[in-house]
Design a protein around this ligand. Sequence first.
Ligand code: ZN
Length: 168
Amino acid sequence: MKAANDTVVKITYQLRTEPNGEIRDAADEAQPFSFLFGHSNVLEGFEKNLDGLIAGNQFNFELSAADGYGEYDEEAVVNLDKNVFAVDGVVQDDMLFVGNIVPLQDQHGNPFQGRVVGITGDKVTIDLNHPFAGKPLFFSGTVLEVREANPVELEHGHVHEHGDHSHH
Ligand code: ZN
């Protein structure tokens, strides 16, 4: 079966942001990555490159930053009051160090993440860009399996596999 809309594609992959750079993200055969094809679960350019592949096929392709996680946005670097990171009135200083990923919420209570890039007095500088923003993405890997999605998966728009039912 070929990878196409409404199939479940199981792969191993390695992601680099330089052609032969360090591996930034990966899934191996012990813990492969499965996704429902054609339901916006992965980057569009990623799907385009896997379209039509079958089990056993290998892939190796590059996505531009624009086709990946977008260009780097200088305006998405913000200064926040340390109090933003207070729990019960106590600033969580142990999570405020350069390089740490911190949880944030928008005005609707939706969670998102930022990365601490600086700390000055009572202010914390947070970079809200995706860690891979502005970077080309180099993917390589192997297709392990392609199967038809079941009706519940199609209804939910995502894969259901063992140990993966706790979300609802
Ligand atoms: Zn579901």
